[in-house]
Design a protein around this ligand. Structure first.
Ligand SMILES: Cc1ncc(COP(=O)(O)O)c(C=O)c1O
Length: 359
């Protein structure tokens, strides 16, 4: 692919976009020698966006650097976010608002009938971060309407609300740009290490991969980007969403290219039974990475993405000669809300109750 611009040129375009610094960047790029060996495949490096720094980290923290700057520009004082009860997005939104002086209200939808009774994981952290939480029943459309009703109520009370995510579904370009920044970091870090990656793997359904695609295209197509989705949505194709999102981000950065869905590699093959349902392969990856490197993946996003990479290694889609960067997008608190489902018989064998056997 034609080389279009230098890293410095791309970074200077990004610098024109208003940003509120809340993340610890650049996140580390870590070589995983024992994990690579265990998978018997290529050299694997991990971009540690689970360490973005805000209340247990994750990919959304980067996105809020741009969204909060936009909210500030609009004179907002209260941010309204909406997703599932155990949302990483909402937990990082709550922390980002706390770190920058915004009020925050969350409209949360149940994924299971009683997940609002499980004060664990992200939901626990939302509350500890002092977010006002509204639990609703119904579908995504009911949630969207509830968020707008809340915004109207806050306006009537004299506040200036700014609705994020659900309402912004049409334009996720600011979220995506934060991942063009991440792509630039990866390129710079690889240059310093003298490594030329062939592939970049990430868990994504929209803005994360879209932003990486923009960075890769701007710099001339340095590596193949492979997205592994954690969900399927009826009537929607993640590649179409990503192309649209990448187009909007490229336009905002004044970059002279556009995307078509067939240029984007994203698969829903590793979702398993559905969003938020643990897969055996995902769990195996959580255990293997923990055993070999002491790093924690999560059961909903990164564990499934890693299962995708492991399967691609097994099937020869990537070979021993390739060099892989796996983007760890976070999700750590989900380990706690899924605790019971992660405890297998094999893990139980790690516990000894009979103290005599210590002698
Ligand atoms: C841990 C984690 N990884 C990946 C993603 C996917 O991000 P996106 O679909 O916005 O690219 C999310 C989204 O919530 C997430 O929480």
């Amino acid at each position: 692919m034609r080389h279009m611009m230098t890293l410095a040129d791309l970074e200077s375009k990004i610098q024109n976009v208003p940003r509120e610094k809340i993340a610890f960047l650049p996140t580390p790029l870590q070589i995983l020698p024992r994990f690579s060996k265990a998978l018997g495949g290529p050299k694997i490096l991990m971009k540690r966006d689970d360490l973005t720094g805000l209340a247990l980290g994750g990919n959304k923290t980067r996105m809020f650097e741009y969204l909060l700057a936009d909210a500030r520009k609009h004179g907002a004082d209260t941010l309204i976010g909406g997703a599932f009860v155990q949302s990483n997005y909402c937990r990082q939104l709550a922390a980002a608002c706390r770190a920058t002086g915004f009020e925050v209200e969350l409209v949360l939808r149940k994924l299971t009938c009683d997940d609002d009774q499980n004060f664990q994981g992200n939901f626990l952290l939302d509350l500890l971060l002092g977010a006002k939480v509204h639990i609703i029943s119904g579908d995504a459309e009911d949630q969207r309407q509830a968020m707008y009703r809340l915004a109207h109520r806050l306006e009537a009370e004299g506040k200036t609300p700014y609705v994020v995510r659900m309402a912004n579904d049409g334009d996720l370009s600011l979220d995506a740009i934060s991942y063009t920044v991440c792509f630039c970091e990866i390129v710079e870090q690889c240059q310093k290490l003298g490594i030329q990656p062939t592939h970049l793997y990430a868990s994504s359904y929209d803005s994360t991969q879209a932003g990486l695609e923009v960075g890769n295209r701007a710099l001339g197509g340095l590596m193949k980007i492979v997205g592994i989705a954690a969900e399927t949505r009826e009537g929607q194709n993640p590649r179409e969403r990503m192309a649209r999102c990448a187009d909007l981000a490229a336009k905002r950065l004044d970059l002279p290219f556009r995307f078509s869905p067939d240029e984007i590699d994203n698969t829903t093959e590793y979702v398993g039974e559905g969003y938020g349902v643990v897969t055996r392969e995902g769990l195996e990856m959580i255990r293997l990475l923990a055993d070999t490197e002491g790093i924690l993946l999560d059961p909903v996003y990164t564990g499934k993405a890693m299962a995708g990479l492991a399967s691609h290694i097994k099937n020869g889609i990537v070979t021993k000669d390739d060099v892989i960067v796996f983007l760890h997008t976070g999700g750590t608190p989900l380990l706690f809300s899924y605790g019971e489902q992660l405890i297998t018989e094999e893990i139980m064998e790690l516990i000894t109750y009979d103290t005599d056997r210590l002698d």
